[in-house]
Design a protein around this ligand. Sequence first.
Ligand code: SF4
Length: 136
Amino acid sequence: MEEGLGSHSSIANWVLGQRVSLLSIGAEFVDDDWRSERQSVCDSCEYKAKVRPDGILPEVDGCGKCKCPFDPKVGILSHYRRSGQEDDKLTKTEMAQIVAMRKFFPSLFVRSYIRCPHEDGNKWEAIDKKHKKLKK
Ligand code: SF4
């Protein structure tokens, strides 16, 4: 049977595609415990909302502040960005530049750590600090 855009498998395929794309820009992911601690902060946040991946897929839980689906956002530790563009929304053009140019012009790119965008400050900070220390 053919998959429609409204199906759960279309979301699962989108998440898988996102993870593959993130790996192509050097993504590191947090482990399950770390991810679930971040997720419980998001679950009790006033910005928890329904967001629509790619504008056409079915709505899923996500961050209403940055409009990112929790999967994969909550599980990402870091990935490369164009230097100076770390605070802008990551676009497909920038991703293509990272993939094509980072090997030849490494100084143009920086590893960027994924943060919670809450205006009161990064609500994942204490969790991230704790897990980074445990990893050392
Ligand atoms: S603002 Fe932070 S804590 Fe709140 S939903 Fe977004 S990422 Fe999660």
